[in-house]
Design a protein around this ligand. Structure first.
Ligand code: ZN
Length: 195
């Protein structure tokens, strides 16, 4: 499920890395850098593996024998690794995902896999937050979905304004988490309680 119809060859990708090394004013033919273009190309396959994953398919297998369970399901502190689409440097943080099931539930590891599938792409945090919430909402059709992301952006910490210790927080609340004050308050107290 590649978004790019014309993916360049591995050799073209490695040449591009050589160009960037020269742009940084180093010599791609010196010994220490000889294998770097190949390593970077392989690393990109891993860092951007999300483009090969269909998040909708991850959520399609659900379980409906839940004994009427209809309270909040919350997965806290999912590790988030993403990449700023403006600077191609890491966004590192964590994500809380919650939903209010309507009859059926999904394996909790699948929620973490959805975060990973959208995280391992070029992103801005606002879009990433919305994509995770919207996909869960569309596939599971629960009574509510909440996604909260807290992260540090290396484009702010290691370049530009050099602000360390700054956390960016985004959230998308749908359904009961958006409309019902008590439900939202219950969610926030579950997130804040020590786990
Ligand atoms: Zn950036």
């Amino acid at each position: 499920m590649s978004l790019s119809p014309e993916r360049p060859s591995r050799a073209e990708a490695e040449d591009a890395v050589r160009t960037l090394i020269r742009w940084a004013c180093d010599d791609p033919t010196r010994e220490g850098l000889l294998d770097t273009p190949a390593r970077v190309a392989r690393a990109y396959e891993e860092l951007f593996a999300g483009y090969q994953v269909d998040p909708v398919a991850l959520l399609e297998r659900t379980f409906d024998e839940v004994e009427g369970y209809d309270e909040i399901v919350l997965l806290k502190n999912i590790r988030l690794e993403s990449y700023c689409e403006h600077h191609m440097v890491p966004i590192i943080g964590h994500c809380h995902v919650a939903y209010l099931p309507a009859r059926r539930v999904v394996g909790i590891s699948k929620l973490a896999r959805v975060v990973e599938a959208y995280g391992k792409r070029l992103q801005i945090q606002e879009k990433l937050t919305a994509q995770i919430a919207n996909t869960i909402d569309q596939v599971l059709q629960p009574r509510g979905v909440a996604v909260i992301i807290e992260s540090a952006h290396q484009c702010m910490t290691t370049r530009g304004v050099h602000q360390t210790g700054v956390t960016m927080v985004t959230s998308r609340m749908l359904g009961a988490f958006r409309d019902n004050f008590d439900t939202r308050r219950e969610l926030l107290s579950l997130i804040q309680s020590p786990s």
